[in-house]
Design a binder for this molecule. Sequence first.
Ligand SMILES: [Zn+2]
Length: 328
Amino acid sequence: MRMSFFFTAALVAAALFCGGEALADAEGGWHTAQYGDLTVTALSDSTGSMPYTLFFDISSGDFAELAKAGGAPSGSEVPSWINAFLVKKGEQLFLVDTGMGAGPGIAPLISAAGYSPEQVTHVLVTHFHGDHIGGLLDKDGKPAFPNAELFAPRRDEEYFIPQSGPGVNGTELAKKVTDPYRAAGKYQSFEPGAQIAPGVMSSSLWGHTPGHSGFAFESSRGPFLCWGDIVHAYLIQFARPEVTLSYDVDRPGAAATRRKVFNEAADGRWLVAGAHLPFPAMGQVLRKNGGFAWSPYQSPAADAPAPPADGAPAPPADDSPAPAAPSE
Ligand SMILES: [Zn+2]
């Protein structure tokens, strides 16, 4: 199954990365940053490694060189992360992706960050792979975010949820975890580019999956894009955007979309967040040596206490230069 690596990785991640940096455990697995009027909290679901054998469009020698240059302990695998993001915009609390749902999942992290799962108003899933939708239900099989409306890309719904007979196009997980939201009247599928809420747009980033989508949030500092799986292996794919993975449903499409988004994000100096970037997984795309590079976001509010549970906005504490407007 497509995400079996991640299920394995979640179990053995600690063993694989015990010699590396403190990754998922930084700040107890959550990290809040202020970006203009948005309060963004990264949630670390789990960490793991990705072996060279998952990758296409790169030689083992080039892979090893990039991995080692980035500090990976071995040239045959690179680290990866599974993150979800809470975005507080006005009175609304958006959760982008839900992790794998293995072990305690992200609910304790949401609580530790000063919110509750019941406060989430919108759950937005970038696509229907298990490391993004696995946390939609609680241990009793009920919606883990009972007051939220779930938004999912229609093209992934069509691809992943069998319309007739079991197993068409792969996983039945997508149906299992979305059905309780449907039954509660809290499920909506959206078309590419559809508005989710005022100031929150979906953006088609197809290729990794047919409906793979980003979510662009307007803020007083400029655009913030949660881009899902545009990058799985940051040590490899910023330098070499053409590198794809066996998880990509349409590998040339995934590579083309990655390069397009890199260019747009670099030109627009967008703040971006990625499901598999190094926690806390927020930053900017820079141009470097004909390719691209990742620059983690340094939020002046990074050390501020968690937002209060009553939902009062955190004070703006961000005085670094605002980014340019989107290049469109
Ligand atoms: Zn993923």
